[in-house]
Design a protein around this ligand. Structure first.
Ligand SMILES: *Cc1c(COP(=O)(O)O)cnc(C)c1O
Length: 360
């Protein structure tokens, strides 16, 4: 399957192959597979030197622009092993299309989506033994692009690396599908319209760490961000998008430039529509959520993202008050969405939207 790719294959020698970690030692992003994909960009040649090669370290100049001005973008997706050993990807081209949105915003070169997608399929197939089996366990895939020009001037770099590394990860919910506790901050903000909140760029995550640490110190799992202008409207939670179910209507904030357009978010919207459940993409204020909680009409809250798929919320903390949701239990819709999406991702359930793609 390599012949028609413009990608060199440098296979790791038998002695370079790593020992695969045991299922219960996977964790998240700690172990990496034997091979990676790498290609380079410069002004004269565009993307070139594409190769699937042994996983290795880079030599990077200390002046490389990525370290100083933060031109770094990434993606997160997964490969799933079905019951018969078949491997699936979920909406992979959407990740590369989104990466091109990030690239454009950060003045980085766009990816040739079809070529990169073919290389990813070849890489996953080569590393198929690394895809863990067991419900919830997956091979996490991290496409990354960084600026490599060693010059201390603030301008777009003239050299870039694009690479894909992969890490076997354990089930997100090893102890079951339990709700999380969320801390709503009105002290910090994540992003503002016109900024970079809608792209997956490294700086957004660096800027979120302090709020996240303070939430953890207070006994909460994640931070829920409010809008930067009024600190009133809900944006997203940690690295997930957020949904509310109030009076049987599902509500999620619209994509107005400060929120990352999640592929899981989009999948949830399509499924909920498909099930004829009413759904609104609109601004929702924290006051609306608080009053729905107080009058008993707030039925469910859940986050969506590739890592957890669906992350039910059992408690919100805002301005010194705790709001318990659905008695701290996972709601019915969260459950149904989780089962459906995971079923589609592992190839067990019918896939009406043609989201999954077989590898090999
Ligand atoms: C990646 C990410 C999401 C979720 O996107 P998915 O495509 O569903 O994984 C949501 N918010 C932020 C800030 C993210 O980085």
């Amino acid at each position: 399957m390599w012949e028609n790719l413009d990608v060199t294959l440098k296979k790791a020698g038998q002695d370079q192959l790593k020992k695969k970690p045991a299922q219960d030692e996977l964790g998240f992003g700690k172990h990496f597979t034997d091979h990676m994909f790498l290609m380079k960009w410069d002004k004269q040649n565009g993307w070139h030197d594409a190769e699937i090669c042994p996983y290795h370290q880079f030599q990077v100049d200390p002046a490389a622009m990525v370290f100083h001005y933060g031109q770094a973008i990434f993606e997160g997706m997964k490969a799933y092993k079905g019951e018969d050993g078949q491997i699936f990807l979920f909406r992979p081209k959407d990740n590369f299309e989104r990466m091109n949105v990030s690239a454009t915003r950060l003045c980085m070169p766009r990816l040739p989506v079809d070529k990169v997608f073919k290389a990813l399929k070849a890489l996953v197939y080569l590393e198929r033994e690394w895809v863990p089996s067991g419900d919830g366990a997956t091979l996490y895939i991290r496409p990354t692009m960084i600026a490599m020009e060693p010059t201390l001037g603030v301008k777009p770099s003239s050299l870039y690396y694009f690479y894909i590394i992969m890490s076997p990860v354990g089930a997100y919910y090893p102890e079951g599908f339990n709700p999380t506790k969320i801390y709503i901050t009105d002290k910090y903000v994540r992003a503002v319209e016109g900024g970079v909140g809608n792209v997956k760029t490294a700086g957004n995550y660096a800027a979120s760490l302090l709020a996240s640490q303070e939430a953890k110190d207070a006994g909460y799992t994640q931070v829920l961000w409010l809008d930067a202008c009024e600190r009133k409207y809900i944006e997203e939670v940690g690295t997930s998008n957020i949904f509310f179910r109030i009076k049987d209507t599902v509500i999620t904030p619209p994509l107005h430039g400060s929120i990352l357009g999640g592929i899981t978010r989009d999948s949830v919207i399509k499924l909920v529509n498909h099930w004829d459940i009413s759904i609104e993409e609109r601004k929702i204020s924290i006051d609306e959520v608080v009053s729905a909680s107080q009058d008993g009409s707030l039925q469910e809250v859940f986050g969506t993202g590739t890592a957890a798929v669906i992350s039910p919320v059992g408690e919100l903390f805002y301005k010194g008050e705790k709001y318990i949701i659905n008695n701290g239990q996972t709601g019915a819709l969260s459950h149904r969405l989780f089962e459906e999406l995971q079923g589609i991702q592992y190839g067990r359930k019918e896939d009406p939207f043609k989201w999954t793609l077989r590898v090999g």
